[in-house]
Design a protein around this ligand. Sequence first.
Ligand code: UTP
Length: 298
Amino acid sequence: MSRPAMSSPIRKAVFPVGGLGTRFLPATKALPKEMLPVVDKPLIQYAAEEAWAAGIEELIFVTGRGKSAIEDHFDNGWELQETLVARGKSELLEDLKSLLRKPGEIVYTRQQEPLGLGHAVWCARHLVGREAFAVLLADDLILAERPCLAQMIEAYAETGGNLVAVEDVPREDTNRYGILDVSNDDGRIAAAKGLVEKPAPEEAPSTLSIIGRYILQPEVFDELDRQEAGAGGEIQLTDAMARTIGRVPFHGLRFEGRRFDCGNKAGFLEANVAFALARDDLAEDMAEILGRYGGRTD
Ligand code: UTP
């Protein structure tokens, strides 16, 4: 079947949301980490909107126990909608309706045990099938003029293969990320000859770290089929991607924008400040608040 001319070459995006979010306990005891709001929007909504802005047609959520609030968030809320109509709050109503998609355009599968990010992605293998797909981690929130995934899809037209978003991190932090072993780097796109998950600073082949945006070829599923545990005893996506190098090209794109690691408390708090400062309706109040604490607003 032929695609519409404007269709993105990547049609499906996987959102692994099966993690436990232990760093945010007790907030995440009954609330999925991905539903934590930055300003007034849950993290998962930012990620979904980024995917839609990049032309993604099908969203695949890999959920887990206690994550049903995510399904409700992307569904009709009849009572609320009727109340908003009755109160004449049409703008809010339109905001809520923008989350609704045609039946079948958002699908859910469940990761029965949180065995790692690679395992979560593998859980989506039948829903993705044998085509290239995107993966977005909602806890990596990106403030950018052009959504990060859209930048990646544009770069993917040049690179093909597996493409990840990357940024340079301080060397002492390499043990928190998947790191590229670079073979060629033009300052924007780096080709990799290897990947290492969470290397010690003295062993890291570079400081170019993978952040939570990926465009992947289905060959990655073949590697994940092995179900081999890596760093931290978890089935790692980085290991599966690394094993395809040599058969599938691998590149990292230095995206334009600022990433906030909302999986940790300081990053999450900073994201709230930065996103409030970027909003016309809140920038002034936020700057005033920061001023009271002696903060800078640039
Ligand atoms: P994290 O490493 O942040 O783990 O996962 P976590 O469990 O969510 O949080 P902490 O460390 O306990 O606080 C990175 C991403 O991978 C997903 C998470 O939902 C998050 O988006 N993930 C991780 C899964 O979907 N399944 C897993 O088994 C592990």
